[in-house]
Design a protein around this ligand. Structure first.
Ligand SMILES: [Zn+2]
Length: 212
């Protein structure tokens, strides 16, 4: 199993990657984690990465790929989380793995619509009876999703101030559209519906991955 996971912020990709890793016993490269570890390292690659970050410059795709290459090199099983992030990275990865005879066996693309992402990321809950507003992260109700005052189930709500999240989602889709198309053309793309709870989504992913 050699797979990459794609999905917009808030779609639960990190959680699903963890579950898949445990279920199938396959190790994960999270490029975010790799970067953070790299910032403390002393080898040549670490110094190179740091030199960009310290100047506030974007780390070039070729350098990011060196991190990924170290991880995937000669492994016959791996999961990539957060990579590739653009078409250039996808092409670099593809060329490298093809030569090794270890091409990706699948790309899981978690789909979730914008309103649902905003609801999840803001964590905002409102009482339909008294209008009291809660946040599941910062000011949760005493009892799971039930109003402290009225005892009625709370509802999720979207607000106008969610533009920042919507902007992030737009940027994500703009960058990732060519990547999605790239894997689609190769017959590697598996779209998975990201609605519902963690276990529902995981069941869908397992169906896709069994035999990959
Ligand atoms: Zn209430």
């Amino acid at each position: 199993m050699r797979i990459a996971f794609l999905g917009p912020p808030g779609a639960g990709k990190g959680t699903q990657v963890e579950l898949v890793s445990r279920e199938y016993g396959v190790s994960v490269l999270s490029t975010g984690d790799a970067f953070r570890a790299m910032m403390k390292g002393e080898d040549k690659l670490a110094q190179k990465v740091r030199s960009y970050v310290e100047k506030g410059e974007l780390v070039p795709d070729g350098v990011v790929f060196e991190i990924v290459r170290e991880f995937v090199d000669n492994k016959d099983s791996f999961i990539l989380d957060g990579y590739p992030r653009n078409l250039r990275q996808a092409e670099l990865l593809d060329d490298f793995l093809e030569v090794k005879g270890l091409a990706l066996t699948g790309v899981v693309n978690i789909l979730l619509d914008e309103d649902e992402i905003v609801k999840r990321l803001t964590g905002r809950l409102v009482c339909p009876q008294c209008g009291r507003v809660y946040n599941i992260y910062y000011s949760p109700p005493h009892k799971d999703e039930v109003c402290d005052d009225c005892g009625v189930p709370l509802e999720r709500r979207i607000d106008d101030e969610d533009d920042v999240i919507r902007q992030r989602i737009k940027v994500y889709h703009r960058e990732m559209k060519p990547v999605v198309d790239f894997y689609q053309r190769k017959g590697l793309l598996f779209n998975v519906d990201g609605t519902g709870d963690i276990h529902e989504v995981f069941e869908r992913i397992k169906k896709v991955l069994d035999g990959k």
